[in-house]
Design a protein around this ligand. Structure first.
Ligand SMILES: Nc1ncnc2c1ncn2[C@@H]1O[C@H](COP(=O)(O)OP(=O)(O)OP(=O)(O)O)[C@@H](O)[C@H]1O
Length: 269
């Protein structure tokens, strides 16, 4: 371990460059067969930011985030969480972040409480602390009523909430969430938004991917737009969207190619 980090604040010792950002991607690159999924991506997610990563289907968001958190090994490049290299120091890096991957696989024959207890024990959290945090998270996620329900029988929204609870259990300083609102009903979405808002207000950092532009505009202060494996824009929300909406900017940056609709002319006949 070559860097001392305060486990509570995630602070690195100050230096000429100031504290390290929550997440820094340097030249991340991944090719599947002959398909370049992520093409030398550089990205900085500032501390304390609520960061939205947007892009059309197949843009490379999941691949980039999977490499960023240590789930998929990059062909080239590196990822640092608060200055800690995710691939050379995975234990420390993973202690600083909570991850909600796309299509999260969980031990499903457990209740929500059992799942949190199991994950907490794997993380080495003391029994009394774990019991308190588990109860707090079940309360906040409104999953107490599901006390005897197995995760396999959870709805999609409940799965997202218990997945987020497992990501929060060890008190991370950065949350990396791949499509956290996908297929989540408005009531559960409101609860998730409130939880994430409180996390950022208390000094945490969030990066999430989403297709839902109004949601990203509502939640995020910083955004990046990805298309065909590359970043085509990144910065404060107001700078990226300019005078229009994020949706307009998104369509302009990655838009439908001219003439594409003409191929469906038979639809109007
Ligand atoms: N395991 C894999 N093997 C082969 N190709 C893959 C694999 N994972 C992703 N790809 C390809 O890499 C490209 C980027 O996919 P990725 O899932 O990262 O995009 P995305 O932006 O997350 O898309 P979506 O919004 O639809 O989830 C796509 O062309 C996809 O087909």
């Amino acid at each position: 371990m070559d860097k001392a980090i305060d486990q509570n604040s995630g602070e690195l010792p100050g230096g000429d460059e100031g504290p390290a950002p929550a997440l820094r991607l340097k030249g991340l690159h991944k090719v599947f067969a002959d398909n370049t999924a992520v093409d030398h991506v550089d990205l900085v997610v500032p501390r304390g930011s609520f960061f939205g990563l947007v892009g059309p289907n197949g843009a490379g968001k999941t691949t980039a985030l999977s490499m960023a958190v240590g789930l998929l090994r990059p062909d080239e490049g590196r990822s640092e969480v608060f200055g800690v290299d995710v691939w050379s120091d995975p234990v420390q890096a993973k202690s600083l972040m909570g991850v909600l991957p796309d299509g999260l696989a969980m031990p499903e024959r457990l209740t929500g409480r059992e799942l949190l207890t199991f994950i907490g024990q794997l993380r080495g959290i003391a029994d009394d602390v774990l019991a308190r945090r588990t109860q707090d998270l079940l309360n906040v996620m409104e999953l107490n009523d599901a006390e005897r329900t197995l995760v396999v029988d959870y709805s999609t929204g409940m799965r997202k909430k218990i997945g987020l609870a497992t990501a929060l259990l060890h008190g991370p300083r950065l949350l990396v969430l791949d499509e956290p609102f996908e297929a989540v009903d408005p009531v559960s979405a409101a609860a998730l938004k409130a939880i994430l808002g409180r996390f950022v207000a208390s000094g945490g950092s969030v990066i999430l991917s989403s297709h839902v532009m109004p949601l990203v505009e509502q939640l995020c202060d910083t955004v990046a737009v990805m298309a065909k494996g590359r970043l085509v824009a990144a910065g404060p929300l107001d700078e990226v969207r300019g005078d229009g909406s994020l949706e307009e900017t998104f369509v302009r940056l990655v838009g439908v190619e001219a003439g594409a609709w003409e191929e469906l002319s038979w639809l109007a006949s």
